[in-house]
Design a protein around this ligand. Structure first.
Ligand SMILES: Cc1cc2nc3c(=O)[nH]c(=O)nc-3n(C[C@H](O)[C@H](O)[C@H](O)COP(=O)(O)OP(=O)(O)OC[C@H]3O[C@@H](n4cnc5c(N)ncnc54)[C@H](O)[C@@H]3O)c2cc1C
Length: 411
């Protein structure tokens, strides 16, 4: 059985290896338009490749996917992070877990993952063609698929094909022409731009746990917050960018962001705490003594924004001063104007509509014999290894289904 895989990335390689290992009668060809395969794996995780996340309960795992959570539950029960760890370990690549749950190869080198996948594909007999851009693919009336590779005069013929082309406009266009609905692609995982004076000269300053929300919407997120040269970043912001990818695109990335720098300490509790400081540290200068463990420079900017004079002592704080300071600490509003790329990881929200896929096999419901996995689908996650996990899972299930002559007989 001849199988074509369009795209030599994480999903394409995983599918090819799975299929070839299960059914040596399958002759699998990966077509990769670039000079090298697995380029995103190589640059991922700052060159370390955050392969997956140590979240071994599928019900918990799906909560990290703004798009795809419902559909991925079943697939993750079959092939989740536990199986990913095992898969790489069996091929001589142990993974380690960092304090925040992210999993990397123990070598801290993404090339370990690239080489492992290339070696496994080679050993399983997968053919890999680089600099081979697929221009078009279409089913023939009697079932098989024709694939047009750039520079080749005649189309090649395959029994099954898999599109694992990532976020690729041309591939989506061909899929649309075959009847698939493509959810508009928009960026996800980005940082927020703001020129707010309260953040001036604070680049590099971080807060361990802030609560972020966008007034007038249900969007909110918790997590560490980092001030950058251009605005705000850190896990909390990235999480919000993923959950808000569509809504924020709609408003051209211009919106108010409300920040509680104290995390789960609300305005009432913050006011109570400040009253105690007034009693216990009355003689000290407000601006010079940061509270709640906040970095001093941030505290100083917030007291300034609350119009508290530099020479003011805690004992002289009146109700108005305290209310203004509590407001800055727990409900500071920043006007966001634009976004920046988070260079460590970014993905596209949008792609092939999930309604059109059989999630037991990752086969198209519209075009039999066409399989889809990875970023080409309308699936994406917050940062932390979840995006690769979706690619490994989809690739594995598609590979298994392609290997079987009768996909409906799969357990
Ligand atoms: C800088 C960066 C760092 C990242 N780090 C992480 C991380 O540490 N952990 C994590 O979980 N996720 C990370 N991600 C996200 C992750 O890389 C993607 O989710 C994942 O690569 C998707 O895999 P894929 O196989 O679907 O697509 P891709 O990896 O994008 O592979 C698709 C391949 O198809 C090829 N292709 C496209 N069109 C054609 C065509 N017409 N013909 C032939 N070939 C074609 C492309 O050249 C590409 O090689 C990162 C992303 C970026 C950009």
């Amino acid at each position: 059985m001849q199988i074509a895989i369009i795209g030599g990335g994480a999903a394409g390689f995983f599918a090819a290896i799975t299929c070839a290992e299960l059914n040596p009668a399958c002759r699998i060809t990966i077509f990769e338009r670039g000079k090298n395969v697995l380029e995103k794996v190589r640059v991922s995780g700052g060159g370390r490749c955050n392969v997956t996340h140590a979240c071994f309960d599928a019900r918990e795992l799906v909560k990290h996917y703004p798009r795809g959570s419902r559909e991925l539950l079943g697939p993750f029960m079959q092939f989740g992070p536990e199986q990913t760890v095992e898969w790489f370990a069996q091929r001589g690549v142990p993974l380690k877990t960092e304090a925040d749950g992210r999993m990397f190869p123990v070598t801290d080198d993404s090339l370990t993952i690239v080489r492992c996948l290339q070696r496994a594909a080679h050993q399983a007999g997968v053919q890999v063609h680089t600099s081979a851009r697929v221009e078009r693919f279409a089913p023939m009336p009697d079932g098989p698929w024709q694939v047009w590779v750039a520079g080749q005069q005649r189309p090649l013929v395959f029994e099954k094909i898999m599109v694992a082309a990532g976020s690729n406009a041309a591939a989506w266009e061909t899929l649309r022409s075959l009847g698939h609905d493509i959810v508009e692609p928009v960026p996800s995982l980005f940082t927020f731009n703001t020129k707010d004076t309260r953040l001036r000269d604070l680049s590099g300053v971080s807060v361990p746990n802030a609560t972020l929300s966008i007034p007038g919407t249900k969007l909110s997120a918790d997590g560490p917050l980092l001030v950058t040269h251009w605005g705000l970043s850190g896990p909390g912001i990235l999480r919000l960018s993923a959950w808000g990818a569509r809504d924020l695109h709609r408003v051209a990335y211009r919106f108010p962001l409300q920040v509680n720098f104290l995390g789960n300490i609300n305005a009432e509790r913050a006011a109570e705490a400040l009253k105690e400081v007034k009693v216990e540290q009355g003689k000290k200068l407000v601006a010079a003594h940061a509270q709640f463990g906040l970095p001093l420079r941030l505290w100083q900017n917030l007291t300034l924004a609350a119009s508290i004079p530099e020479a003011q002592r805690w004992a002289d704080m009146d109700k108005k001063n305290s209310a203004a300071l509590v407001g800055q600490l727990t409900a500071a509003v920043f006007l966001i104007a634009g976004k920046s790329t988070f260079k460590e990881e970014f993905v596209t929200a949008g792609g092939v509509s999930l309604k059109e896929l059989n999630f037991r096999t990752f086969e198209s419901k519209i075009c039999p014999g066409l399989f889809l996995a990875g970023e080409v689908l309308d699936i994406d996650a917050i940062t932390g290894g979840f995006n690769f996990q979706a690619a490994w899972t989809g690739g594995w299930l598609a590979g298994r289904a392609m290997a079987s002559l009768n996909a409906s007989a799969l357990p």
